[in-house]
Design a binder for this molecule. Structure first.
Ligand code: FAD
Ligand code: NAP
Length: 582
């Protein structure tokens, strides 16, 4: 039979062209015909998820799959971790003074409260130990391959899978995944400073993120380059034990009041008593309330919000107070000459940092470094200062570009996509990279309270997609470019309302002083939660595994039908129709 189409879809004459459905009813097989799949609707196919990284993010994923959401019937998880242990940030960063700077009780896996934190802000080794203990307790390392470096991930449009290459101690191996999760950390690529002569230094060269704990730096002459959070913590910790310490900085920074300072004793860190720990352990409700109370932060970053104005005033007051012992008028005036508000660079509370410069063995200098010599540091002011140790507290590569070779749809790479500025979709996806999810991608809420809370929500979002991909016969999802662009326009417009868009060089702007803010989320953390819970499929290109998107409707049965033998009115229990109506 032949049909002639007209512009309105009717064939010449009065009867309409049969739809594909009518053709099926008439025994034909139009192009989107498929036989009914012999399984109930929404039956889940097995999926393999490969996750890169076993820090807080990768471990939360493992916990959710095995314990909280119990998805292991259809999800096979494999985590590749380059280190010999879990912990990520807390395994790698072991410099003197390393500690969390948000309350430890908020910086805790949501599923594993810890009544035993020693301090309000816990030291790094204790956090590492807590992560390891939690891993053992919940068997979270059962799917981890340690000492395994992911070197390449390539998307295959034919199979709808990621091909993953890993290097395990020189042996190259390959694997394949339906879903690829990047839990490789946003602060995991060490950045050495681009200073002439760095490699010619004959003393000990250290970087805060790859510290050499076998080296004894006490009583040495030490230079610390940088005044970010790492620099501030290690200056405060090293100064009392060294012969001489010079902190080379390029810009003033706000040494801020502590996060949740009002919950501390006199604004500073403190040790919990054994009674307090016992109380947290025995009274779980009181402990929960305490964890809740120390878990909020955002409006200090909202320009001209009363909390932001209060924060600025409190920081200035505290800095003036703490600098009273410093006699050098140049340091005093420069340290308080900020042209940006606190938080523009990530807030850096630093008990003991400013106070360190009141001591005769420590000084801070704004003299620009010209080059590093065999013996020390030469500044543009002329003289060479000699040091035994140079500590580069110079941070991380925060371009968000993966450290491995990653090739997405049609040969796309993030190196190319993000060579200007990294842009993502709600920090978790990016177009041209199907079935790819990122923990803490560009513009993520990492300055908004506990990172672990939003890591948990991001995990839920990823696993919701995994369920959909698995149960709706989906081959791939890829966020639409226009959705990405609209979302990122919103991001940059909103971020103008925050201190993050002030003029200051910061990793929140990928090391630049102004323009595109790449590091932080455009809204509150609750805003992020609302969005992750409601973002819909309309923003995605979805490819299916067959030529009919509804193959997953299967044999016309729900899983509960059991071909007539199931509980066919189970929904009445949910409707509570047995209870009298009011
Ligand atoms: C010194 C320091 C202090 C911090 N303090 C705080 C704080 O007080 N509060 C806060 O909220 N945040 C803090 N942060 C941020 C911290 O990074 C996050 O809170 C959190 O730990 C990130 O966890 P993650 O699992 O996402 O990433 P990470 O902990 O960075 O873990 C990433 C993992 O991926 C692995 N990996 C990376 N690339 C590969 C590869 N190619 N192949 C295989 N494995 C790979 C790494 O080895 C690592 O184990 C701090 C960061 C630093 C550096
Ligand atoms: N919880 C905590 O207490 C804690 C501790 C450490 C780290 N962190 C996290 O890790 C992030 C990174 O902190 P970070 O301190 O490691 O890095 P950072 O904030 O990026 O600071 C790097 C410092 O190095 C300086 N620097 C970089 N290159 C330089 C060069 N060529 N010459 C001279 N100085 C140079 C920078 O100077 P300019 O400012 O002039 O660019 C800056 O002061 C933090 O923002 C935070 O999120 C948290």
């Amino acid at each position: 039979m032949r049909y002639k189409l007209t512009s309105n879809g009717l064939k010449n004459g009065s009867a309409s062209l049969p739809t594909p459905a009518t053709r099926v009813a008439n025994g034909e097989t139009p192009p989107n015909w498929i036989p009914c799949a012999e399984q109930p609707a929404y039956a889940r196919r097995k999926l393999k998820i490969i996750c890169i990284g076993a820090g807080y993010s990768g471990l939360t994923l493992a916990y959710k799959i095995d314990h909280e959401l119990k998805l292991s019937d259809f999800v096979e998880l494999k985590i590749y971790e380059k280190n010999p242990q879990v912990g990520g940030t807390w395994f790698e960063n072991t410099y003197p003074g390393v500690a969390c700077d948000i309350p430890a009780h908020a910086y805790t896996f949501l599923f594993e409260p810890n009544p035993n934190w020693s301090h309000f802000y816990a030291p790094g080794p204790e956090i590492e130990e807590y992560i390891q203990r939690t891993t053992r307790k919940w068997n979270l390392d059962k799917d981890i391959q340690f000492n395994t470096h992911v070197t390449e991930t390539v998307w295959n449009d034919e199979t709808g899978k990621w091909k993953v290459e890993v290097d395990q101690g020189g042996t190259i191996m390959h694997d394949e995944a339906d879903i690829l999760v990047n839990a490789a950390g946003f602060l995991n690529k060490t950045s050495w400073p681009d200073i002439e002569g760095l490699s010619s230094f004959k003393g000990k060269l250290l970087h805060t993120s790859i510290w050499d704990n076998d080296y004894d730096w006490s009583s040495k002459r030490v230079a610390v380059i940088g005044n970010g959070a790492s620099g501030i913590q290690c200056v405060a910790a090293m100064q009392p034990k060294v012969a001489q310490l010079v902190n080379f900085v390029r810009n003033p920074t706000w040494v801020s009041v502590n996060f949740c300072a009002e919950k501390t004793q006199n604004g500073g860190n403190f040790r919990y008593t054994e009674e307090e720990k016992a109380h947290f352990a025995e009274d779980t409700e009181a402990h929960f309330k305490y964890r809740r109370d120390v878990n909020a932060f955002f409006y200090g970053m909202y320009r001209d919000h009363p909390m932001q104005l209060g924060l600025t005033q409190a920081c200035r007051q505290q800095m003036e107070e703490r600098m009273k012992g410093i006699s050098d008028p140049e340091i005093l005036s420069k340290m308080l000459s900020h042209e940006f508000r606190p938080g523009c660079r990530r807030l850096t509370p630093g008990d003991g940092y400013l106070e360190a410069f009141s001591n005769v063995n420590a000084t801070l200098t704004f003299d620009p470094i010209e080059r590093i010599t065999e013996q020390g540091i030469q500044t543009t002011m002329g003289d060479e200062q000699q040091f035994d140790v140079i500590v580069c507290a110079t941070g991380f590569d925060t371009s968000f570009i993966p450290s491995w070779k990653m090739i997405g749809r049609n040969g796309a790479t993030l190196e190319e996509r993000w060579k200007g500025n990294p842009e993502a979709f709600f920090a978790v996806q990016v177009d041209t990279m199907p079935n790819y999810f990122i923990f803490n991608g560009p513009n993520c809420p990492i300055s908004h309270g506990s990172v672990l809370t939003q890591i948990s929500w991001t995990c839920d979002y990823i696993l919701r997609w995994a369920k959909k991909i698995s149960s709706e016969d989906i081959k791939s999802i890829d966020v639409k470019r226009e959705a990405m662009e609209d979302y990122n326009v919103y991001c940059q417009e909103f971020l103008k309302r925050t201190v993050w868009s002030d003029e200051c060089r910061s990793w929140y702007k990928n090391g630049k002083s102004s323009g595109h803010v790449t590091g932080v989320y455009p809204g509150s953390v609750l805003h992020f939660k609302d969005c992750l819970e409601n973002i819909g499929g309309e923003h995605f290109h979805i490819d299916y595994r067959s030529k009919n998107r509804f193959r997953f409707l299967g044999n016309g049965e729900s899983a509960r039908d059991q071909h007539g033998a199931g509980d066919l009115a189970w929904y009445m229990d949910d409707m509570k129709v047995s209870k009298p109506r009011l």
